[in-house]
Design a protein around this ligand. Structure first.
Ligand code: FEO
Length: 396
């Protein structure tokens, strides 16, 4: 069912209420997600993005009930990733010659994904196309937000920015608009989305926001491709992204561990005691990697100024949960965060060094040598862990 956005612009997407993981099993989506597609019905009829492939038939059927498909003048594919382009193959079977506006990289990704020679019209930043009634779509390349092919488009007259992945959330609500949904849920999912999807490209976000500012677009509404539509004070999310992109951190320390027989857990708990004791204002949080979603841990690290990661030594390395966590952390390219490692060992202390070098490689500043227990931590070691936490937080 279509939903009205503004004037002659409608939402024709798909709410995926029961989605619980995205990007395979990497990103937990406890509040579902949406694939937002938009229909502009001016003198020309324009479709902006589609939905994830499993919903192709439902999408095309719904769209056909709202508009005679043969009257669609052109399609805009802001991004080739299958969560937005997935319904194109089914749709294009019905309207095969319809132009598809996308970037050169968009054409590459769509051809690579679907092996179809559609009527691509490639565009660059500043290119415009009329939709009639004096309104135009202005294209803005947005490489790496989220893929090299990504772009935004801006509808003049209505002053709507269609930003695709940027400014989105994996969040599902029939209420659709930012001023109507639960603000706690909205912002929690906005932080998680930026932390997991956009963080590696923060340097490009800052540049893109400046470029958009210089274009003097009067943005009155932002239609993202996931989650809600920002119609109330849309610049609040643009300003929040400027904050996120600038090595974001809060007064938070995150301690993450996994444990075989409880030793590394005890070390973690005592480090937390020391941090809290030395600086009660710090929001120190403790997580077991084995019982946490890795995408939630990325959000916590994103918000932290200091991070401590621990594992026992196993098979001359670390537990696989910590290895997976470190791989994810390395990809995020976090900036301006301090760190240290801890753990237990029986014969050789390998884990703390492995974690420390992983943190260094990921761009963290190591501010203390690792702390480790040979066999089970005793009272003396636990006191040292409390002191370790105190010293760690003092150096942040
Ligand atoms: Fe929502 Fe990069 O796709």
């Amino acid at each position: 069912m279509k939903k009205h956005i503004k004037n002659n612009v409608y939402w024709v997407g798909k709410n995926h209420w029961d989605l619980r993981h995205f990007h395979g099993s990497e990103y937990s989506t406890n509040k579902g997600s949406s694939y937002n597609s938009f229909l502009v019905k001016e003198e020309k009829t324009v479709l902006i993005d589609t939905v994830y492939r499993p919903f192709s038939s439902e999408f095309v059927q719904n769209l056909a009930s709202e508009v005679d498909l043969s009257t669609i003048d052109f399609i805009v594919a802001n991004h080739g990733e299958p969560d937005h382009s997935g319904a194109l193959p089914e749709l294009m079977k019905l309207i095969p010659g319809t132009p598809i506006y996308c970037t050169e990289n968009g054409k590459k990704s769509l051809m690579g994904l679907y092996h179809e020679e559609w009527n691509f019209k490639t565009v660059k930043t500043g290119d415009r196309v009329s939709v009639g009634n004096g309104k135009e779509l202005i294209f803005i390349q947005a490489a790496m937000i989220h893929w090299p092919d990504s772009m935004f488009c801006f509808l003049t007259g209505d002053n709507i920015l269609f930003s695709n992945d940027a400014f989105g959330q994996h969040y599902c609500s029939e209420l659709l608009f930012n001023d109507l949904v639960d603000q706690g849920e909205l912002w929690a999912e906005t932080y998680k989305y930026y932390a997991n999807i956009i963080t590696p490209f923060s340097h490009l976000v800052a540049r893109k926001l400046e470029e958009i500012r210089q274009m003097n677009l009067k943005i009155e509404c932002i239609c993202t491709s996931h989650g809600i539509v920002w119609r109330d004070n849309p610049m609040q999310i643009v300003n929040k992204y400027a904050e996120f992109a600038n090595a974001y951190q809060e007064n938070q320390v995150t301690v993450i561990y996994d444990s075989m027989y409880g030793g590394t857990q005890v070390i973690a708990e005592n480090i937390v005691k020391g941090i809290s004791d030395a600086d009660p204002s710090v929001n120190v949080k403790l997580f077991c990697a084995a019982s946490s979603e890795v995408s939630d841990l990325m959000t916590e690290i994103f918000k932290s100024k200091g991070v401590l990661i621990g594992s026992p030594t196993v098979h001359n390395g670390v537990l696989y949960t910590i290895a997976g966590l470190m791989e994810f952390v390395n990809g995020m390219k976090f900036k301006n965060k301090k760190a240290a490692s801890f753990g237990c060992y029986g014969w050789h202390d390998v884990a703390t060094k492995t974690i420390e070098s992983g943190l260094k490689e990921a761009g963290f500043e190591i501010i203390m040598h690792p702390i480790s227990a040979n066999w089970t931590p005793d009272d003396n070691l636990m006191s040292k862990c409390v002191e370790y936490g105190r010293q760690f937080v003092k150096q942040l």
